[in-house]
Design a protein around this ligand. Structure first.
Ligand code: GLY
Length: 363
């Protein structure tokens, strides 16, 4: 098998993730290859900035392969990951007569991907969709695994569905137009895979030469880290598609990360920056519980910081922390669950952490 093609093996809806330089300009051929007939209408959902960059070529290429497609832009930013944007997509779908045979394409980062996935899951009770992620974070995490959602005013991703894409096409070339801060934030998710499952990836990321290549956006190293990350994700998702157990480990660092995003205001910290701090807290708790040695905690924190990511917890009130944590989707039967590292490349799920063990990390 081509080493840059990963299958997400699911019981009834397995799909391919293809990572290839330049693929964004050849989506028509890819659709043909995976059997999408050209009598199917296509609605591409994106935002203005991304469609200005990649939409023109995408439409041109789809036309070359005789597909009929239109682009609809939603507004960019976390505050537009909401029911209003969803309604706008439904309106566009209605206006162009998107029938059950039609296809949606999500072209953009995690917000576009999550909203489009949920629109596809619900339009006419579900039509197929394709993910074309253009940020590192969406490439290595949100475009794969079928978590689709919009936010509710009371919390992030509270309205959604597990709904797998038909295929995912990743072009590392698109990362060259990504603001460096966003690229680095995406590295937090890559580091996460190293800690939870992939010691070799962790060690690869630690190497100075590799770090230079990654931060200089060298294609070979980008393809390697994206490929390794998705392999881990595909494996975990195939074991536990709807997060009844092991899939929760993909949320390593996320509980505290969500607290930080939520209480500091979305935008103050990018998602990846917030989970970097979350991973640092989780590591410290684990060290204190004598689950992993201090030297591993330090290795993790050094790695995070070496990619320009933060590890220092902002000032946050303790009672606010509890409120947010109790609203977390990982709470089961009133018990908070935390993912803590045991080795580099191994984590576990714990529900026996008491408040005093984590509240001390907050002001
Ligand atoms: N982002 C975590 C997951 O897909 O389960």
């Amino acid at each position: 098998m081509n080493k840059n093609k990963i299958i997400v093996p699911l019981s009834n809806n397995s799909y391919e993730v293809t990572i290839k330089q330049g693929i964004i300009n050849n989506i028509g051929e890819e659709l043909k290859r995976i059997g999408v007939k050209n009598n199917r209408k296509i609605l591409i959902v994106s935002n203005k900035e991304i469609s200005n960059l990649f939409g023109g070529e995408l439409l041109k290429n789809l036309k070359k392969y005789k597909y009929s497609a239109e682009i609809f832009n939603i507004k960019a930013g976390e505050s537009y990951k909401n029911l209003a944007s969803l309604r706008e997509i439904y309106n566009a779908a209605f206006d162009i007569g998107l029938d059950r045979n039609a296809l949606m394409i999500a072209l953009g980062g995690g917000i576009v991907g999550d909203v489009t996935g949920f629109a596809a899951a619900t339009w006419l009770r579900g039509i197929e969709y394709i993910q074309i992620p253009t940020t590192l974070l969406s490439m290595v995490d949100s475009s794969v695994g079928g978590k689709t959602a919009v936010n509710h005013p009371k919390g992030k991703n509270l309205i959604g569905a597990f709904y797998q894409p038909k295929a995912v096409f990743i072009d590392p070339e698109t990362l060259k137009t990504l603001p460096p801060r966003e690229f680095k934030a995406g590295m937090a998710e890559v580091i996460k895979y190293g800690v939870i499952k992939d010691k070799a990836l962790f060690e690869y990321l630690e190497n100075d030469k590799n770090r230079d290549k990654i931060l200089n956006l060298e294609n070979e190293s980008l393809i390697k880290i994206i490929n390794n990350s998705i392999k881990t994700k595909a494996h975990i998702v195939s074991e536990d598609e709807k997060e009844n157990g092991i899939r929760a480990i993909l949320n390593y660092g996320h509980s505290f990360g969500h607290v930080i995003e939520n209480l500091c205001g979305y935008g103050e910290y990018l998602h990846g920056e917030a989970i970097s701090i979350g991973m640092k807290i989780a590591g410290d708790i684990s060290t204190e519980k004598k689950l992993w040695p201090k030297k591993h905690s330090l290795r993790q924190d050094n790695l995070i910081e070496s990619y320009g990511l933060p590890t220092k917890t902002p000032k946050i009130k303790k009672n606010e922390v509890i409120k947010i944590l109790m609203g977390d989707k990982k709470v089961r039967d009133g018990k908070m669950r935390f993912i803590l590292p045991k080795k580099i490349g191994e984590v576990d799920i714990f529900n026996d952490i008491n408040e005093s063990q984590f509240l001390k990390y907050f002001d």
